[in-house]
Design a protein around this ligand. Structure first.
Ligand SMILES: Nc1ncnc2c1ncn2[C@@H]1O[C@H](COP(=O)(O)OP(=O)(O)O)[C@@H](O)[C@H]1O
Ligand SMILES: [Mg+2]
Length: 423
């Protein structure tokens, strides 16, 4: 937790709305302060965000009231306060496990507050920092699914978040990803069709597409949030700051630096979501989900084909179920070509051995026939030659059995190589 300006925050123990007691500081940003509080009667924990424009507002001598520094800023501060109240109203409409729940909003101390569920966890920025490494494919995929759920709910209410990024997504102690901070959000007015937004609109470079940067905000929509979601996934997968929209525009795919272990389905999705051209980006969560389903179905088919090639591959060497659908097509191809190379080698070996044994068998038989006719000519021949003639059928049977055994030699070879081709 980083608190930039503690002296401008409410003191621990302060009472808000005669109900919530401040227990701790959670954060302090340019537009507001966030506190951990508990309900005076029920004792349950909540988070409260306080409207506080840093640089324009100051805490009064009583430690709780807030004042505007310059009279000339009064109108601006009032306008933004209305935006803050709108932010709370918008969040209150949303009912989804992956969006922080807002319970209450009120004005007090010359400013405003809204009350949220307290999320016991960390933002994804903090998670990346504490782990000092990017997140794994499965974890990123799970966060992606949860954020698609969140965006589905937001967009279905005619709302756009417009500030999706790792520092606005929290991971609670049960591994649930929860979207916070609707300070930049917008909503289409159901009656007039006009866009309403908090006056404190801002954007974060690297997460904001072109249509958000020209200031007009004319062309923002669900596709804008999907772009930022793509940038967020990129950051989680690589640990790198996403390329800016203009870098992508100039350099194309070269602007992205995916890591070797990054899942192909996810990296391709990121490049689709982050297309600088609105028309080439998905326009709805449903479109993204349908695309993912299609890719995964293809991967499952590929896996089924591989399983047929390798019926004897032990279970311990197979992909864990959740990962199967996430395998990139290149990895699939690698696995498949590894498999066919082994089969070819095996066939050549068996063919050569069979040829040698067949030739040996033919020469053996010819030799025996020659020997037997020689014996007949010399009325019975030696005892040794007679024994040799009797063993002729046994020799042929032994040779045939050897050929059969050789054809089964392939299995151990197959087992070794299927372990080596790296699951
Ligand atoms: N409901 C919550 N539960 C726990 N911590 C929260 C909650 N909401 C916000 N925070 C903490 O406060 C920080 C700032 O919140 P945020 O809404 O993103 O405000 P801003 O970015 O405008 O300062 C977050 O990064 C997080 O650490
Ligand atoms: Mg934030």
């Amino acid at each position: 937790m980083q608190i930039a300006d503690v002296q401008n925050m409410l003191p621990v123990g302060a009472l808000l709305r005669d109900t919530y007691i401040v227990d701790d500081y959670l954060a302090s940003g340019g537009f507001g302060n966030t506190y951990l509080v508990h309900h005076k009667v029920f004792g349950d924990r909540r988070a409260i965000k306080e409207y506080f424009l840093r640089g324009m507002m100051t805490r009064g001598g009583d430690g709780v009231s807030v004042f505007v520094n310059h009279l000339s800023d009064m109108a601006q501060v009032r306008l933004c306060l209305n935006g803050f109240m709108d932010e709370a109203r918008r969040m209150h409409q949303l009912n989804n496990a992956n969006i922080v729940r807002v319970h209450d909003v009120f004005e007090e101390n010359n400013t405003a507050y809204y009350v949220m569920d307290y999320i016991n966890g960390n933002t994804l920025t903090q998670v990346l920092k504490s782990r000092n490494s990017p997140l794994g494919n499965n974890e990123v995929r799970s966060i992606l699914d949860q954020m698609l759920d969140a965006l589905d709910e937001i967009h279905s209410k005619g709302l756009w978040h417009l500030d999706i990024k790792p520092s606005n997504i929290m991971l609670n102690n049960n591994g649930r990803a929860i979207l916070i901070d609707f300070g930049t959000s917008k909503q289409i007015d159901k009656v007039t069709g006009e866009q309403c937004t908090s006056a404190i609109a801002a954007y974060t470079p690297g997460y904001a597409p072109g249509e958000q940067q020209d200031g007009s905000n004319k062309n923002v929509g669900a596709w804008t949030d999907l772009y930022s979601l793509g940038a967020t996934i990129y950051h989680l997968l690589t640990g790198l700051t996403p390329p800016t929209a203009s870098e992508i525009y100039n350099d194309g795919v070269m602007a992205f630096r995916f890591l070797q272990g990054n899942d192909k389905t996810l990296s391709q999705l990121v490049m689709w979501l982050m297309n600088p051209c609105i028309d080439k980006r998905p326009h709805s969560v449903a479109e993204v989900r349908a695309h993912l389903k299609e890719i995964e179905a293809k991967n499952v088919d590929n896996d089924a084909a591989i399983a047929q090639d390798h019926p004897s591959t032990p279970a311990s060497q197979q992909q864990e179920p959740g990962t199967v659908g996430l395998m990139g097509t290149d990895a699939m191809r690698q696995r498949r070509s590894g498999t066919s190379n082994n089969s070819t080698m095996k066939s050549i070996l068996i063919g050569l051995l069979a040829l040698v044994l067949t030739l040996a068998a033919v020469f053996g038989v010819l030799y025996m026939i020659n020997d037997t006719s020689h014996q007949r000519k010399h009325r019975g021949g030696s005892k040794k030659s007679q024994r040799r003639a009797k063993s002729l059928p046994r020799t042929i049977a032994t040779l045939l059995w050897s050929i059969m055994m050789m054809s089964r030699l392939g299995n151990p070879i197959e087992k070794i190589t299927s372990t080596q081709i790296g699951h």
